[in-house]
Ligand binder design. Structure first.
Ligand code: PRT
Ligand code: ZN
Length: 287
């Protein structure tokens, strides 16, 4: 019997659509995007993309319409779905936070007792308030939560924040983090061995792409007398590759460096005497 495709739900449009599509493309999975279609089968991998509203994805997974999906942890937590997180994806980072008008003299959570809090996340907020023994009135609204205090609908809001500029332009101050969130790959638990096999292959690629994004490939030339100092700056995956240059007394060094603050490493290498430094993107990295 032919194994059916693994079905992955991704956001149809919105903040997670582009990074989700890009992740699959970096895994070398070729497919048409969801601008005009609701579903699209990959040409070169046994997977089918379903393009959906993010809020619907956990439920579709629980119902078996999709097998896996990409959503924000906030959406999963709000849904109450039993779908399990199988991989954090490192994009779509934000936090669900409580914010008050800047004129509100906030000292601690107890200031929220008896207040009206507007949010699109009543379940997460309800659990948070209960855990902190706060009794507040939750007003569930589906969008533009940040305007609720200004129009007299609420005293406080609980909404997603990334840069903080929406809060700032609405005269609000962030006072507590309710949960941190990023995009995650989620799955129904009981996929069976065939679909699990496809998922494992996909995860292998996703992890290779993720690791690649956190690192860069660096090549440089160094006089041999500086080699030891330069080696100390380049741990590499095992250790750097060192090869003699055609010019006597010089070596070429190749290594992998962490992409966070890689300029710091480059500056140190330059000061240590490295020349002709090239820094390249890595597409996939398998440790
Ligand atoms: O149509 P659909 O239902 O699929 O999409 P949506 O409109 O519900 O979601 P969308 O596309 O806005 O967000 C999808 C996911 O992106 C969220 O569930 C989060 O996991 C993640 N994410 C990351 C964010 C933000 N950052 C974010 N800043 N989602 C929303 N925001 C909004 C926030 O609600 C507020 O209005 O951006 C504003 C705040 O941003 P700053 O930068 O001003 O702080
Ligand atoms: Zn949504």
């Amino acid at each position: 019997m032919r194994v059916r495709n693994l079905k992955i739900a991704i956001q149809r449009s919105g903040r997670l659509n582009e990074p989700s599509v890009e992740l699959l493309r970096k895994c070398d999975i070729a497919f048409d995007n969801g601008l005009t279609k609701l579903r699209s089968a990959a040409y070169n991998f046994p997977i089918e993309m379903l393009f959906l509203r993010d809020d619907d994805i956990p439920q579709y997974i629980e119902d078996g319409v999709a097998d896996i999906g990409i959503v924000g942890e906030n959406v999963l937590a709000e849904s109450g779905s039993k779908a399990a997180v199988i991989e954090k994806l490192g994009f779509g980072r934000c936090r669900l936070a409580l914010a008050t008008p800047r004129t509100f003299e906030y000292t601690n959570l107890e200031c929220l007792n008896g207040r009206r809090v507007a949010t699109s996340y009543p379940n997460i907020l309800g659990r948070f308030l209960e855990a902190n023994l706060i009794t507040a009135e939750i007003h569930t609204i589906s969008g533009s939560v940040e305007i609720a205090p200004g129009i007299g609908l609420a005293d406080v809001i609980c909404d997603l924040v990334s840069s903080g500029s929406t809060l700032f332009t609405n005269g609000l101050q962030e006072v507590e983090t309710v949960m941190a969130s990023e995009a995650v790959l989620i799955s129904r638990g009981d996929l069976g061995s065939d679909l699990n096999g496809i998922l494992e292959r996909l995860l292998f690629r996703v992890r290779a792409v993720h690791a690649a994004g956190q690192n860069k490939y660096i090549l440089l030339n160094t006089p041999n007398e500086r080699l030891e100092e330069i080696r100390q700056l380049l741990p590499g995956m095992k250790s750097p590759t060192v090869m003699p240059l055609a010019q006597p007394g010089w070596s070429s060094v190749h290594s992998v460096i962490c992409s966070i603050n890689h300029w710091d490493t480059v500056e140190k290498l330059k000061s240590a005497g490295a020349e002709g430094i090239l820094v390249l993107e890595i597409e996939q990295m398998i440790r």
